[in-house]
Design a protein around this ligand. Structure first.
Ligand SMILES: [Zn+2]
Ligand SMILES: [Zn+2]
Length: 265
C-alpha cells in the first residue's frame, strides 16, 4: 500500500517537478536528484562585467544605471547575483515550503558570488539584515524565503544574521500594483528597528530577493540609518533590468497546493 506521504509527494512532483534552482527548467528524467540543470551547472549565469554600483545590474561603461543615477538612495552601494529574467521561475519556487533545498543551493551561490566579486564587502559587514515580510504573509507562508537564503549566506560567510532587526508594522498594498510615487507613500513609516539589536555605528548588509525599483530597500535603509547604523549596503538575489516586470503568484492560486507543500520539509 502506498503511504499517505508518498502519494502526496507524487502529486506535488506532478505539479512541481524537480527543476533547476537557477533557471527553473524542469530537470530531465534520470537527473532529478540534481539541483542545477546541465547548462547552469556548467556555467553559472552570474551577473558579471560592468555593473551599476547601486543595484548591481549590468551596464555599459558607467558607474550607475539610468534609474540609479536619478534616485537618491540612502544605502551607499548595492549588488545583485543574477538578472531577474533568469531567476523568475526559481524565485517563484522559493516561496514554497517544499523547496527549501533550492534555498540552500541558492544561498551557497549568493555566498560564492559575494566572496568572489565583493570580498571587501564581507570584511565591511557587521551584520546581515533581512527585508521582512508582513507578519500576516509570513504566517500564511510559514516562513520568509529571504531569511532562508540569509541563513545559508551567514553560514557560508561567517557573518552574523540579524533576522528580525527590521520589523514591518502595517499592512501594505502589494508594491507591484503601484506607481513609483505611490510605492514611496505606501511604505513610509512601515518599517521599524527591533529593540533587541543595537545598530549604532554598524555596517549593515541588507538582503532581499529582488531589486525592482529599490523603494523597499530604500525605506529599510532609511529606518536602519535613522536608528544609528553607520552605513547600509544592499545585496539581492536578482535585479530587474529596465524593461522587465516582476510577477507575484497570487496567494489564492497557491492556497490549494499549500498543504501539500507544507508536508515536505
Ligand atoms: Zn538551469
Ligand atoms: Zn542601478
Amino acid at each position: 500500500m502506498i503511504a499517505k506521504k508518498d502519494w502526496k509527494e507524487g502529486i506535488l512532483r506532478f505539479f512541481f517537478p524537480p527543476h533547476c534552482a537557477i533557471c527553473g527548467a524542469v530537470l530531465p528524467w534520470g537527473e532529478q536528484n540534481k539541483i542545477l540543470c546541465e547548462a547552469c551547472a556548467a556555467h553559472t549565469p552570474f551577473l558579471s562585467g560592468e555593473r551599476c554600483r547601486m543595484c548591481g545590474r549590468e551596464i555599459d561603461n558607467d558607474v550607475l544605471c539610468q534609474r540609479c543615477r536619478y534616485a537618491d538612495f540612502a544605502f551607499c552601494a548595492g549588488a545583485a547575483v543574477f538578472s531577474y529574467a533568469i531567476m523568475r521561475q526559481a524565485i517563484a519556487w522559493l516561496k514554497f515550503q517544499g523547496y527549501r533545498n533550492d534555498a540552500k543551493a541558492i544561498g551557497v551561490l549568493m555566498a560564492q558570488y559575494l566572496q568572489q566579486q565583493y570580498p571587501d564587502w564581507v570584511e565591511w559587514t557587521d551584520a546581515i539584515a533581512v527585508v521582512p515580510l508582513h507578519p500576516n504573509k509570513r504566517k500564511w507562508r510559514g516562513f520568509n524565503q529571504v531569511s532562508c537564503l540569509c541563513e545559508v549566506l551567514s553560514k557560508e560567510t561567517n557573518l552574523p544574521i540579524w533576522d528580525n532587526v527590521l520589523i514591518r508594522q502595517v499592512d501594505t498594498i502589494p508594491q507591484n500594483q503601484l506607481s513609483q510615487k505611490q510605492r514611496r507613500e505606501n511604505l513610509r513609516h512601515v518599517f521599524a528597528v527591533s529593540q533587541t539589536y543595537d545598530v549604532t555605528d554598524k555596517h549593515i548588509l541588507l538582503v532581499d530577493d529582488i531589486f525592482t525599483t529599490g523603494t523597499t530597500l530604500q525605506e529599510c535603509s532609511r529606518t536602519l540609518l535613522r536608528a544609528g547604523a553607520a552605513e547600509v549596503r544592499v545585496f539581492c538575489l536578482a535585479v530587474v533590468s529596465k524593461c522587465e516586470k516582476t510577477q507575484e503568484i497570487p496567494d489564492k492560486k497557491r492556497q490549494n497546493l499549500g498543504d501539500f507543500m507544507k508536508l515536505e520539509k
